[in-house]
Design a protein around this ligand. Structure first.
Ligand code: PHE
Length: 344
């Protein structure tokens, strides 16, 4: 009986000596087999009572050797492992928790702009984009606002240093003139983009903001077409029961011109404040393209008519999300931005 146990223990010792785990999982398996709480050496210790008395000491020593050999082997496996890893330039700690990547969210201006684009592309408008540094002609003159025209004061302009010709566009109407001088009707575009005006920064205005302008030029385009298009737009963005009204207004590039309001209601104090007690809120300017603008851009104003409109995207975002300070939209404070988790 004794010899059998000695053979068994020596067999295990051979096994330990010959094992050469390389991968971390193999090393762990080695540890579990020979040193874990249910290791295979333990039951051999229990067998000591079956060993002949005169060989008990020898048997005990053999088992101790088994255990220490296993321990030494494990240590050496682990150290070659970590030096391998450090040769590769990093220490691999498999138990370290993974690093998480913060998920971004879209900027509220992008969310609203994408929504506006979707609304208009559904009815056949395409997106037109152009430069932010414009010449005076495309920004003003073509849009029926020649030099000395008092309407230039409506949009305080940043001119480039030492230039009376080049400026930061004050509206994306400059894209209208770019498109009309390069394309033939029918034209149906929306022009989103950043615009600049020399205005004092406050909770309600900023020296840079974003606009979407729209332009539709074709034969027989009427004021009624414009009204219906803008009603469709307002209902798509602000809800299907939204009411609109058009108030007469003035823009040099449209005749007649109007401002469009949506009915916001007077349900709470805030609604009272932002609508100045009327319940109506202005959201954009619009009108029939002035024939002079069409002619400036080489389009026959006898044959074609058109409508145009323009709105500030910040304003729509502020209304939609009830943001009461425009500066929040430019500060990029993550605590503010992370609230807008709309997918897409
Ligand atoms: N360009 C005008 C603005 O910036 C908006 C507008 C565009 C008005 C088209 C009428 C028609 O204020």
């Amino acid at each position: 009986m004794s010899q059998e146990l000695f053979d068994k223990a020596n067999g295990v010792l051979e096994e330990i000596k010959n094992s050469a785990p390389a991968k971390p999982e193999e090393i762990e398996q080695f540890r579990i087999t020979y040193l874990g709480s249910k290791n295979i050496i333990k039951p051999l210790f229990a067998e000591i009572r079956n060993v002949d008395n005169d060989r008990k000491k020898e048997y005990g020593q053999l088992l101790n050797t088994l255990k220490t050999t296993a321990e030494e082997k494990l240590l050496s496996f682990k150290s070659t492992q970590s030096s391998d890893a450090s040769q590769g330039g990093m220490k691999l700690d498999l138990t370290a928790p993974g690093e998480s990547f913060p998920v971004g969210s879209r900027h509220p201006i992008s969310i609203v702009l994408n929504e506006i684009i979707e609304i208009f592309t559904k009815i056949g408008f395409t997106v037109a984009e152009d430069r932010e540094i414009e010449d005076d002609w495309h920004n003003f003159t073509a849009m029926n606002t020649p030099e000395d025209h008092p309407a230039r004061d409506m949009q305080d302009t940043f001119y480039l240093k030492n230039s009376t010709e080049m400026l930061l566009r004050t509206h994306t109407s400059s894209v209208q003139s770019r498109v009309m001088t390069s394309q033939k009707p029918p034209i149906r575009i929306i022009a989103p983009g950043r615009v600049f005006r020399n205005e004092t920064i406050s909770s309600r205005s900023h020296c840079q903001f974003h606009q979407v302008e729209g332009l539709y030029v074709d034969e027989n385009v009427s004021f009624a077409d414009m009204k219906q298009t803008l009603l469709y737009f307002a209902r798509s963005l602000y809800g299907k029961d939204t009411k609109i009204r058009l108030r007469p207004s003035y823009f040099p590039f449209t005749e007649p011109s109007a401002e469009m309001d949506v009915y916001w209601g007077l349900e709470d104090e805030n609604a009272y404040r932002i609508t100045k007690g009327t319940g109506w809120l202005e959201i954009m300017g619009c009108g029939m393209v002035d024939p002079a603008v069409l002619e400036n851009c080489g389009i026959d104003s006898e044959k074609y008519t058109g409508f145009a409109f323009g709105m500030g995207i910040e304003r729509q975002a502020m209304l939609k999300y009830r943001i009461n300070d425009i500066r929040l939209l430019f500060e990029n404070d993550l605590r503010f931005l992370q609230q807008f988790t709309t997918a897409g």
